[in-house]
Design a protein around this ligand. Structure first.
Ligand code: TPP
Ligand code: MG
Length: 363
């Protein structure tokens, strides 16, 4: 292992080299997966303790999310994520505090000032489009952003991310067709976990793979194993290069597993067999990635211990910090829902242009 003065590991194991990465990159990806899992698990504890009203989880999707997000340029490219995109948002620069502020719906929540449902992350500064509750609408936002990138002469890539159930919405046909015709710098990521709430994939789709639909738009459709982080990284990297260089859109379908119920309001043992649940657990990307890094000699006992300590303290800090932040003022509940009569409504408090705004429009 080659460690620089600032602690960076610049070594390149055969595993890292096979993806054009360094061991440091692999460790940073693994750390992101660990952090995402730890935050997610904490959210469930908070829910069961009566402190968080609703949790929607990314557990089981982390490997695909980290691999696919890694090749993007943070704060330059754009993502239009969905409610399971916790690892994607972390990989794209959101912090544990940001995610917890959203979970507790606090006034200082960067995603929406506590106005969105939990799990609906967003950050203007980081180019993360706020999650829309009606599924699949984000493809239209992302394709519009890709068109804007083209018109402005930039080379920013725009990515829409959703589940396989959502991929059946009409918006997806319109978005992908438009993006394909105009060869926009756009990527559609489908995280296929085999369920849309309680509906199994065979009752959502008449085909086995969502990616097979890509040919109907004349774009590449790529299927990737969501437990294989580096395969996801390569698929993401190829699609980003293609989009950035004018080659047009790609549809990537990552086969993942949903380790939790659909949300904290669901009980999946009502509709999934014990065998199905066990198969899902066997496809947990976290231990699979961990074993891969250990076998490659990239992850050592010492590194694991120090990462575990670091992550524990980050999650503690984020929880304590977010819980202690003030709730939004009830008098601001209707801000940004309707414009005021003068049209002079100030920017929302989480908007970078809002500055030192302290009070909402007159009621
Ligand atoms: C337009 C619309 N229809 C229905 C819903 C209710 N709903 C929320 S999540 C969901 C399931 C989506 O399944 P999938 O796209 O496979 O994503 P997953 O939750 O499995 O990750 C549904 C039907 C919604 N939010 N929006
Ligand atoms: Mg699904």
């Amino acid at each position: 292992m080659t460690v620089t003065g600032d602690g960076r590991n610049t070594a390149t194991s055969p595993l890292a080299a096979s993806a054009g990465l360094t061991d440091d990159d692999l460790l940073a990806m693994y750390r992101t997966v660990l952090l995402s899992r730890a935050i997610d698990e904490r959210m469930w504890v908070l829910n069961r303790a009566g402190k968080a009203p609703f949790v929607i989880s990314g557990q089981g999707h982390e490997g695909a999310q980290v691999g696919l997000a890694w090749p993007l340029r943070r704060g330059y490219d754009w993502i239009a994520p969905f409610y399971r995109s916790i690892t994607t948002c972390l990989a794209f620069g959101m912090t544990a505090r940001d995610l917890m502020l959203a979970q507790f719906a606090k006034a200082s929540d960067v995603s929406s000032g506590g106005r969105q449902m939990p799990g609906h992350y967003g950050s203007m500064e980081r180019h993360i489009v706020s999650v829309s509750s009606p599924v699949a609408t984000q493809i239209l936002h992302a394709v519009g952003i890709a068109l804007a990138s083209r018109i402005k002469g930039e080379d920013a890539v725009s990515v829409a991310i959703m589940g396989e159930g959502s991929s059946n919405q009409g918006d997806v046909h319109e978005g992908l067709n438009f993006a394909a015709i105009h060869r926009l710098p756009f990527i559609l990521v489908i995280e296929n976990n085999g369920y849309a709430i309680s509906v199994p994939a065979e009752k959502e789709l008449s085909v086995k793979d969502v990616a097979s639909r890509a040919s109907g738009y004349g774009v590449p459709g790529v299927i990737v194993d969501g437990t294989d982080v580096l395969a996801c990284y390569r698929a993401g990297r190829d699609a980003v290069e293609r989009a950035r260089s004018g080659g047009g859109p790609t549809l990537i379908e990552a086969k993942v597993t949903r380790l939790t119920a659909h949300s904290s309001d669901d009980q999946q043992t009502k509709y999934r067999s014990e065998d199905d649940l066990a198969q899902g657990r066997a496809h947990d990307p976290l231990p699979i990635f961990r074993e891969q890094l250990r076998d490659a000699g990239v992850l050592t006992d010492e590194l694991e211990a120090s990462m575990a300590d670091e992550i524990r303290s980050i999650v503690e800090d984020a929880t304590t910090f977010a819980e202690g932040e003030p709730d939004a003022e009830p008098s601001t509940a209707l801000d940004h829902v309707y414009g005021d009569a003068t049209g002079a409504e100030p920017a929302p408090p989480w908007h970078p242009s809002a500055g030192a705004r302290s009070e909402g429009p007159a009621a």
